[in-house]
Write a protein that binds this ligand. Structure first.
Ligand code: NAD
Length: 351
């Protein structure tokens, strides 16, 4: 990790939404998705040395607010993220987030960043990094079911990292499909708007489900899923919030990030607690098998894990050095005499 050099050691570099968007355009969205996937894959390779815990969730009738911490022993990170499916109807995002990295040695934060845009990028980069290991060889077409905030990112990452050339869009709200089709035009993908989930899956080797509904939804039924496909299930990520019929899970080989969290939040909450799953870090390190045959149905039961956010923040920290795309935030009290916090407050009193 490079060292940022704020003008004062107590100032914390802060990446705003505006600066995050500038950073994406400065790097280029596809190179950034590839770069993020490389950082995430590198951290999955050293999975065992990270602190790991299921994220700390505060549920309400409307949604969830979560904290996602981890550490590699040198750097600590966490993300604050919400998930409120009803928000879009009120003109708000379903998912918003911000996150922080800190120096384990002294506990001082070294980066604070927006993570709403960054979460969309890291989720897409993770999906594509995983699909690289699990999707059938030569996959060129993806069904994209759920055309909300994440959908264009998911589509572009599958293009940039897995080489898909066609994306087939479907959403229960045609306006969402029209938005995604508009945004993806001119991005080097052939884009097909579809009228049903079944239609979107025609000829698709990769099926991404990325819908938002706080219920056991059935976006895919068993009869819709043929042999040999890879399912990238993104939207089922909370207790009581899933997308796939349980019969699909029984036919698929299931790959997860961190089983302890996925059993609470993922599609597999619908299965027995001892149903076998494979951890992606083991596939990446070669200690577990990914796709074994062309007929196999592989399922990435994605819920989003703290290490992916840590990797994304690490990527941002390494790429803002010298870019001017951050401001120094006066976040930490810094008295000249570390024990004279009160004196510093007294000296700040209005005359
Ligand atoms: P969003 O609200 O912007 O979009 C969701 C879309 O799904 C909407 O356009 C909605 O009309 C559509 N939809 C709802 N029910 C549908 C159905 N039955 N069939 C087809 N479309 C349907 O949400 P978003 O920000 O794009 O997030 C999508 C989901 O992904 C959310 O559930 C979110 O919690 C989840 N998510 C997961 C991760 C992860 O790491 N796994 C990361 C980010 C978001």
């Amino acid at each position: 990790m490079t060292t940022l050099t704020p003008s004062d050691k107590a100032l914390v570099p802060f990446v705003s939404v505006d600066n995050m968007m500038r950073l994406v355009h400065h790097i280029g969205i596809e190179p950034m998705l590839r770069g993020l996937a490389d950082y995430i894959e590198a951290d999955f390779r050293r999975w065992e040395l990270f602190d790991k815990t299921p994220r700390i969730a505060s549920h309400s009738a409307e949604g969830v607010i979560e904290l996602m911490p981890t550490s590699d022993g040198e750097v600590y990170g966490f993300k604050y993220v919400n998930g409120h499916p009803k928000n879009t109807a009120e003109g708000l995002q379903t998912v918003t987030a911000f996150g922080l990295l800190a120096n384990v040695g002294n506990g001082y934060p070294v980066l604070l960043s927006e993570m709403t845009v960054l979460t969309a990028l890291r989720t897409a980069a993770t999906s594509a990094m995983v699909a690289k290991y699990l999707a059938p060889k030569g996959a060129d077409t993806m069904a994209m079911i759920g055309n909300g905030a994440q959908s264009e990112f998911q589509s572009l990452a599958m293009k940039a990292i897995c080489g898909i050339t066609t994306v087939r869009l479907y959403d229960t709200d045609p306006a969402a499909t029209a938005k995604a089709a508009r945004n993806l035009s001119g991005m080097g993908l052939s884009v097909v708007a579809c009228n049903s989930a079944e239609e979107s899956m025609e000829g698709a080797q990769i099926i991404t489900t990325c819908t938002a509904d706080k219920q056991y939804a059935t976006i895919l039924t068993d009869n819709m899923v043929g042999a040999g496909v890879h399912i990238n299930a993104i939207g089922g990520d909370c207790p009581g919030k899933t997308e796939l019929a349980p019969a699909i899970l029984q036919r698929a080989d299931i790959f997860v990030e961190y089983p302890e969290q996925t059993r609470i939040e993922g599609e597999i909450q619908q299965l027995a607690p001892d149903h076998p799953v494979t951890q992606m870090w083991e596939v990446i390190n070669g200690t577990a098998k990914g796709r074994r045959s062309p007929e196999q149905i592989t399922l990435f039961d994605s819920v989003g894990f703290a290490i992916e956010d840590f990797s994304a923040l690490r990527y941002v920290r390494d790429h803002i050095e010298g870019s001017g795309l951050f401001i120094d935030l006066d976040l930490l009290a810094d008295p000249d005499d570390p024990r004279d916090l009160f004196g510093m407050l007294q000296r700040a009193a209005p005359a």
